[in-house]
Design a protein around this ligand. Structure first.
Ligand code: ADP
Ligand code: MG
Length: 597
């Protein structure tokens, strides 16, 4: 039986990825060798055996003609671009681009089924934004040939934006996606409309990428190693060129984090080895012309979208080659801002495909649900206590509310202090804002003010206070404070809430008891006057004693919360008869009013 999983697949020119939302989390799946990135290479053996991935890349070294790479370039190219000449003869192999793509997808499906230990039949597959209908259909067909129902074809920049969490952007916000992979360059401008990204423009080159850098650097290494100055790079055997290219890619990747590296190829020409030092600035000199080409495409995409650099909310980096410092510097210069590098650039598209698949499968109801409130939100109540309305770790968006009343008579306004934190006392938490809610003055407990907290998908907290009598609303909006607290402060707050839990609890019991005491003692004083002469003298003495004890405890330092609670209880019990008398009197009075006496 097929499972409910829907796979997210990045079918890339150089590398492909597959993943799934499992238990609410988007994950990329690793193959038998532990790698989450599968080279998009297929080797067709003499007996019809099909090998995909790194094993096919290893075969390419000895059997170029039967190893298909970068087949995506044959699936579709941009209008006006010249055709790419592959180093293999696809027709000679008796294959079409769709069939090769299907073989890669079959492999990815198997990787997923092995990792999930369940059969899977549905998938979301990404394609370049410039792919036309026919090219999208060809991709879909490849999926079907691999035994997958393609639930959606998703544009790569859109997938990347999902992975970067930008689906939470406000309407009409624009972003640019700069994607420099192994063989291709794409730049797109997207705009958020009705909660989904629209591709406003896309530009690029299907023959511009990290591979070009590798080839240029391979030739440079040859020219600078001094092994056989008479022989040009192009005159080397193809196997030798491939060794140089592989070493060049290695050096290039290394130079993204160090400033100089050594290339060593033993026994390159019989007994002689290639040995040369490459610095980052050597590499950058060779890469600069490619950067100029990407710049032109970026300007073109901006112009096509009728968009200025300053209109962009964000610029995100996608593709393994954007790990190069020079590429980042180029993007910074073109878009005049720091690019967003918060995601793994060569996994962003795959991750986005997984998230989209999760949404379709219902395993991710909304991506924003992954966001939670780091700290509790609440308001200060009478006596300086923290009253939690939205507990910490609530998923957003969310809404919660409570009803409050006036604690003293003739109050005509309630001050609402919005607090964030885990401590029992209001003063130990952070104040996010305050708002005064007016209501008609009346006796104690007569006002009814509903307070509602709503956190939207952007983490903006809105506090709505409504006087139920007048239906008048007071609104307070607090920007981003709900989710924007830095981690260390959140950790500190939580640690303190544990450290002070005992003390806090004691303070809370004390405050509650104190409020109760104040209420009781005044009520008892008044009742004793009203019911004078109706009680046994001994009983009156007892009540007076209990009342005095409560008053005494209120003034004792340090606060003894337990004793005060016990004294309240004793006073409550001593006044049982008094309470009955009061009720009787109240009923008599009401009856008299009713009978018009
Ligand atoms: P594609 O989108 O074409 O499938 P990827 O996004 O996987 O490709 O990017 C592959 C390219 O990224 C290769 O050219 C590879 O050499 C390059 N690359 C990967 N890691 C680095 C790095 N650390 N520094 C520079 N280039 C890198
Ligand atoms: Mg890619």
């Amino acid at each position: 039986m097929a499972s409910d999983y829907i796979l997210g697949i990045d079918l890339g020119t150089t590398n492909s990825l597959v993943g799934v939302v499992d238990s609410g989390f988007p994950i990329l799946l690793a193959d038998g060798e532990g790698s989450r990135m599968t080279p998009s290479a297929v080797h067709y053996g003499p007996d019809g055996e099909v090998v995909v991935g790194s094993a096919a890349v290893r075969q390419r070294a000895v059997d170029v003609q039967h190893t298909v790479t970068s087949v995506k370039r044959l699936m579709g190219r941009r209008a006006g671009e010249s055709a790419w000449q592959p180093p293999y003869d696809l027709a000679g192999l008796g294959k079409t681009a769709v069939q090769v793509s299907a073989d890669i997808l079959k492999h990815l499906k198997a990787v997923a089924e092995r990792a999930l230990e369940a059969p899977v039949t549905r998938a979301v597959i990404t394609v370049p934004a410039f792919f036309n209908d026919a090219q999208r259909n060809a991709t879909k067909l490849a999926g079907e040939q691999a035994g997958l129902t393609v639930e959606r074809i998703l544009a790569e920049p859109t997938a990347a934006a999902l992975a970067y969490g930008l689906d939470k952007l406000e309407e009409h916000r624009r972003i640019a996606v700069y994607d420099l992979g192994g063989g291709t360059f794409d730049v797109s401008v997207l705009e958020m409309r009705d909660g989904v990204f629209q591709v406003l423009s896309t530009a690029g080159d299907t023959q511009l990428g990290g591979d070009d850098i590798d080839r240029t650097l391979a030739a440079w290494i040859w020219d600078n190693c001094g092994l056989d100055p008479a022989r040009a790079y192009d005159d080397l055997q193809s196997l030798q060129r491939m060794r140089l290219i592989a070493a060049a890619e290695e050096a290039k990747k290394h130079l993204s984090s160090v400033s100089s590296t050594e290339v060593l190829l033993p026994f390159f020409l019989e007994q002689q080895s290639v040995q040369v030092t490459v610095t980052r600035s050597d590499l950058e000199g060779l890469t600069q012309p490619l950067m100029e080409r990407t710049r032109k495409h970026c300007l073109r995409a901006l112009a096509d979208a009728r968009c200025e650099v300053s209109d962009l909310h964000d610029v995100i980096l996608v593709g393994g080659s954007t790990r190069m410092p020079l590429v980042r510097a180029t993007v910074r210069a073109i878009f005049q801002r720091e690019p967003d590098v918060s995601q793994n650039p060569d996994e962003a598209i795959g991750m986005g495909a997984v998230i989209q698949a999760g949404i379709l499968a219902g395993s991710l109801r909304q991506v924003v649900l992954l966001d939670v409130t780091p700290l509790s939100l609440g308001i200060e109540t009478f006596g300086g206590l923290m009253n939690v309305i939205i507990p910490r770790n609530s998923t957003i968006p969310c809404k919660a509310g409570e009803m409050f009343t006036n604690a003293v008579a003739n109050q005509s306004e309630m001050l609402i202090r919005v607090l964030q934190g885990e401590r029992e006392l209001a003063k130990d938490n952070w104040e996010l804002g305050r708002v005064a809610v007016p209501f008609p003055a009346g006796p104690k407990g007569s006002a009814r003010v509903g307070v509602q907290f709503a956190i939207d998908a952007n983490g903006i907290l809105q506090v709505l206070a409504r006087d139920t009598a007048t239906q008048a609303d007071t609104v307070l909006e607090i920007q981003n404070s709900a989710v924007d607290v830095d981690d260390s402060r959140v950790e500190q707050m939580i640690a303190e809430s544990v450290d002070f839990a005992f003390e806090d609890m004691n303070e809370r019991i004390w405050t509650e008891a104190r409020l109760k005491s104040e209420e009781l003692t005044t009520a008892v004083d008044e009742a004793l006057i009203q019911c004078e002469g109706l009680l046994e003298p001994a009983e009156t003495v007892k009540i007076r004693e209990c009342n005095a004890e409560v008053r005494r405890l209120l003034g004792v330092e340090p606060h003894d919360a337990r004793a005060l609670k016990a004294a309240n209880q004793a006073l409550d019990e001593a006044t049982q008869t008094l309470a009955v008398l009061l009720v009787e009197r109240a009923m008599e009075a009401a009856l008299e009013r009713k009978l018009g006496l």
